[in-house]
Design a protein around this ligand. Sequence first.
Ligand SMILES: Cc1c2[nH]c(c1CCC(=O)O)Cc1[nH]c(c(CCC(=O)O)c1C)Cc1[nH]c(c(CCC(=O)O)c1C)Cc1[nH]c(c(C)c1CCC(=O)O)C2
Length: 353
Amino acid sequence: MSAATDPIRSAVPSDSDLVRAARGLPVSRTPVWFMRQAGRSLPEYRALRAGTGMLAACQDPDLVTEITLQPVRRHGVDAAILFSDIVLPLVVAGVDLDIKPGVGPVIAQPVRTAADVDALPLLDPSHLDFLTTAVRSLVGELGPTPLIGFAGAPFTLATYLIEGGPSKEHARTKAFMYAEPAAWSRLMERLALSAATFLRVQMDAGVSAVQLFDSWAGVLSAADYEARVLPYSREVFEAIGFRDVPRIHFGVGTGELLPLIGDAGADVVGVDWRIPLDEAARRVGPGRSLQGNLDPAVLLADRATVDREVRRVVEQGRAARGHVFNLGHGVLPDTDPGVLTHVVELVHELSAR
Ligand SMILES: Cc1c2[nH]c(c1CCC(=O)O)Cc1[nH]c(c(CCC(=O)O)c1C)Cc1[nH]c(c(CCC(=O)O)c1C)Cc1[nH]c(c(C)c1CCC(=O)O)C2
């Protein structure tokens, strides 16, 4: 049934199931979308992107609009997520950075000293017109389907800047955090400002929700996270929090950090697959909804396994104040898009009120 013919489903994104679940309000059925739903698992994405670099694509409003709409058309997900990247604010500010296929963001001159921190260019919101154009065009095209805007959290962006590229241990980042506390604080402050600017432009242009990705925060102890990272993520939420747009906060491997992450200022805490949602609900505490947490690798398994795991996640999600069904991390490139469409249908069927 379409939003137009279903009396329970809202015709406006600000009252959609995604926004209602984020606020802990009753929903017509559990909303579902997938991190990295736009991307290499879709042949139509690969066709459209052929010959255009990732960072150029992110700054072309027509391409952004089309790529963002592709998974909504194909899977019938309950939200679109803007096609962009967490490193884009750095690129627009003038940091020499490239996204290498199959690798990730690579930085020409990594941040290694206090002087490097002070030389980092700041993001100028007047250079984000392409973003405003893309978001406005998407809001027009999407009708009742909400658009999620996003930014990278200060810590996760700091890992790319300091390591110079993707990393497993994030040892240089931690070493800098311990050895240069004053410079660390200035770096995190700058990245918080830039994330807030990037989010504010998307909110001004009409996104219905925002997600702050702190993908790599799970490498930290709870004590370090609380003292050296949480204050800056909180700053981002405070800077945008005067607006009534639901806020999602996500990281990988954050089981031990969930009580703190729940306290940073988001309405929804994103959880990976390592702990069940009922346990996550206990750790996050009341007053927050949850998003997650199907293991993306399950989508590569047989149909019976996919169905069993989807049922389990929907069941365990009932322990939360509100539940937005998602994966525990991004869609893997080898995923069969047909399985994603099936998961959307199954979640809707299992949760229809
Ligand atoms: C850590 C991080 C990055 N980018 C992002 C994060 C946080 C989410 C997470 O934890 O995965 C966020 C991101 N990146 C992208 C989106 C688009 C929206 C979506 O569909 O979720 C979002 C929300 C597109 C993208 N961002 C990137 C791609 C692949 C580039 C391509 O298609 O050529 C896409 C679709 C590139 C990128 N950019 C980054 C990585 C690690 C990579 C993958 C490199 C690779 O394996 O090729 C940094």
